[in-house]
Design a protein around this ligand. Structure first.
Ligand SMILES: Cc1cc2nc3c(=O)[nH]c(=O)nc-3n(C[C@H](O)[C@H](O)[C@H](O)COP(=O)(O)OP(=O)(O)OC[C@H]3O[C@@H](n4cnc5c(N)ncnc54)[C@H](O)[C@@H]3O)c2cc1C
Length: 481
């Protein structure tokens, strides 16, 4: 198992084609816009070597019996699912942001069961291929980008109806040695610091959409893979200084990229679905159950940091004992624990799939993610309420060394006599970082927009049974046929 520094070094060997702000980035690892996200992903490696985290961050491979990093493990038991959530909360606490590696983990987990089911129906050989790939990923302790979200073009049209057929990843050529794929995936978390991509369809597909029913893996530096790293709010602060970033070590959110597949060749041994349209929906359902399970873990860990920063800023500003502040802090903790409880509940209420993989309860998993989309912004609202207006108006850290104004800044930003103005500003910048647009958009749309969670809950809820319960309690008699 790699350490965080070994992981960072391993990325240097990749010849990825990455662009940012109009220029090619030769060494993504060292680029100031990217490095914090690399550091955050490195935590997933370091945790496996940390005496406090190793029990959660290590697992035994069900394929080889070897000890592996849990971020490459396929859950075989209820305990595995619970440990996954607890591990995510710890990593969320350490980084205060997204550490990215869970998307690829969930892709591996999902494909283990889906390839099993496709083979059972069609007699294909995907499962054996996938397991070879899984063992290679586990043994080399690789970070995978889980690539599901297509650009999707006009949302009212099916993939084949789009004016541009490439807005959903598709097979453009089938050869004896492999396939050629074209298209792109949007918002790819941790893409620029992943070793490989696992590409999957993002929605259920109809029988005539075979070219879009494709799952494959490619190295991050495969010819034709082009990445364009996205901008974030205030990202130029990353090359301006440290304090103003709020979380200079780990950044904000995961660092997302547009990943383009410009006629990329994939050998058959890395193709795990090709044309089996009826399994695309199953794949998406299972992937989202795992991925929505995660959000209750990692985001409650992030909120532990935000709540801690709010406690500290209230203390520094002399408001910590006020009853309304304590009440708001309690509400923040209540919301974070509700998110975590959902993630744990879906893990405990799991089922074993025919492949032996454990699946969290989909209704609870979707509820957990839905709560994240609602509660994370609610917690940020309370943090901003307690923090005060300086969260939105702070002067630059450069003023702290500007001879004309530095003393004035320290004098007027000072609150409690025993606390420096810089400490208050650092807390304020952290709260600003964690309550800004980017993390809120991530909580809203990451792992699917809220409506996608509602659709699952609507579909899986037995409305008639609930109505019957009510009618019985209300004393309404109905003739049964
Ligand atoms: C920070 C971040 C990180 C992410 N990381 C990853 C990642 O690592 N891998 C990955 O694959 N994806 C990732 N995603 C993508 C994420 O899963 C998508 O953003 C999400 O599924 C929503 O898709 P979209 O952004 O295309 O929005 P849209 O699908 O366009 O949704 C916007 C709104 O339109 C509604 N809508 C969409 N289609 C229809 C329709 N046909 N009819 C009616 N209403 C509709 C939605 O309900 C929503 O309200 C990430 C997203 C974010 C923000």
């Amino acid at each position: 198992m790699m350490t965080g520094s070994e992981y960072i070094e391993s990325l240097r060997a990749l010849k990825t084609e990455v662009y940012f702000m109009g220029e090619r980035v030769d060494a993504p690892v060292d680029h100031p816009a990217i490095r914090p996200h690399v550091n955050a992903a490195a935590v997933t490696y370091d945790l496996a070597h940390d005496p406090q985290g190793r029990d959660l961050a290590r697992a035994t491979s069900h394929l080889t019996g070897r000890e592996i990093n849990r971020w490459t493990h396929v859950p075989q038991s209820q305990e595995d699912l619970v440990k996954k959530v607890k591990m995510l909360r710890i990593a969320g606490r350490v980084t205060g942001t997204c550490f990215q590696r869970c998307v690829g983990m969930d892709a591996l987990i999902t494909l283990e069961s889906v390839t099993h089911d496709i083979d059972k129906k069609h007699g294909t050989g995907y499962h054996e291929r996938l397991e070879k790939f899984l063992v290679a990923t586990q043994d080399a302790d690789l970070m995978s980008d889980g690539a599901m979200t297509d650009p999707k073009g006009d949302r009212s049209k099916r993939p084949a109806e789009q004016p541009d057929p490439d807005v959903f990843v598709r097979v453009v050529e089938r050869r004896t040695d492999g396939i050629v794929v074209r298209g792109a995936k949007m918002h790819q978390t941790g893409a620029v610091n992943s070793h490989q991509f696992i590409v999957m369809p993002g929605q259920a597909l109809a029988a005539d959409e075979k070219d879009y029913a494709v799952v494959f893996a490619v190295p991050a530096d495969a010819p034709g893979v082009i990445q364009v790293f996205g901008r974030q709010v205030n990202d130029s602060r990353k090359w301006e200084g440290e304090i103003d970033q709020g979380n200079a070590r780990y950044g904000v959110v995961g660092g997302e990229a547009l990943v383009i597949f410009d006629d990329v060749f994939v050998p058959w041994e890395r193709v795990f679905m090709c044309g089996e349209t009826e399994f695309a929906g199953t794949l998406v359902e299972r992937f989202t159950a795992y991925h929505r399970q995660n959000y209750g873990g990692c985001k409650s860990g992030n909120l532990d940091v935000l709540i801690g920063a709010t406690v500290a800023v209230a203390d520094v500003q002399g408001t910590a004992k006020a009853s309304h502040v304590r009440d708001k802090l309690a509400e923040m903790a209540h919301l974070a624990e509700t998110m975590f409880s959902g993630a744990l509940a879906c893990s405990y209420e799991c089922q074993k799939l025919p492949s032996g993989t454990m699946l969290p309860d989909p209704v609870f998993a979707n509820t957990a993610k839905f709560n994240v989309a609602r509660y994370y912004p609610e917690v940020t609202r309370l943090a901003q309420d307690i923090g005060g207006g300086f969260l939105g108006t702070m002067v630059s850290e450069r003023e702290l060394s500007n001879p004309r104004v530095a003393d004035f800044v320290r004098k007027y930003y000072k609150t409690r006599a025993d606390v420096s103005a810089e400490e208050r500003i650092r807390l304020g910048r952290l709260i600003e970082n964690m309550t800004g647009a980017t993390p809120i958009v991530e909580c809203m749309h990451g792992a699917g927009s809220p409506q996608a969670q509602k659709v699952v809950v609507q579909r899986l809820t037995d409305w008639a049974a609930k109505r019957k319960l009510a009618e019985r309690v209300a004393g309404i008699e109905r003739a049964t046929s």
